[in-house]
Design a protein around this ligand. Sequence first.
Ligand code: MN
Ligand code: MN
Length: 325
Amino acid sequence: MDEPIVGYDGNLSNRSTFAGVKRGSIGDLEKVDVAIVGAPFDWGTTFRPGARFGPGAIRGADYLGPDGERPHLPTGIDPFRVLETVDLGDFHLVPGYIEESISNIRRGIQMIAEQDTVPIVLGGDHTITFPNAGGIADVYGHGEVALVHFDAHADTGETHFGQLVGHGTPMRRLIESGAVPGHRFVQIGLRGYWPPPTVVEWMREHGMRSYLMTDIVERGLVPVVDEALHHVLDGASKVFISVDIDVVDPGMAPGTGTPEPGGLTSRELLDTIRRLSRELNVVGADVVEVSPPYDGPGQVTAFLANRVVLEVLNGMAERRSRRLS
Ligand code: MN
Ligand code: MN
């Protein structure tokens, strides 16, 4: 390929790396455990745009120096001492052109996973989970990877303004393409007024396991996550975690395109993400729908998204440390 897939010369992100980790190259990920990569993409949104500025804001929501240690207070583990982590910069995308952009993302994700490296993608609107989880499934086998999806919305729309690809349809496309079958899905945090009953019926027919906020309120988050873990571990040895930041209540995460009141707290999301990343074999993850132009004072949503990524890394590092000890 003549055009590079990814790099630091995009103009939508700042050029610093996530948590000050080393810059990496997509062609050379030998001995690299985790590759952070930005996807400054928001031309699949249906309402408020701005998620193209997510990767830069998420990287920038950090007040520790680039060279310092950052041991996690509850565990004492510094994930960057356990996991060799690099930042690849941002995917090279074609603003306004969905197909060209997602095919570049999918190829990039395949290249990362083929080198046994775990990609963690900073979005970007939720359209990108189609190529993110799809690229992972291309490498590890269609049907072999489970997907844990945090979101206010099911993202299983049949079409998006008559088109197949957009931020309301990625989970439908993953299921219909066979990359991630419905029975391998666990969704957490759904609420509000979408999708319509016909789509909910389709989800049920395809074996999707969807936990609404009302389930979480009635049964408690921990029992729901216990059950979700049990379901995910049923036959799938590899997991992709997709976090739409709008799963958190807009009071704590206002910087997003399609806010839906009544969500999880930041604390609940962070604890759940670390638990899943510790107990499951995470082979890929993304954090999406952070729209900095709508963020609150103090970039509260960007800070939350940054810490979601850190909790994924902390959980993975705990898992690795436990295996080594
Ligand atoms: Mn979503
Ligand atoms: Mn959503």
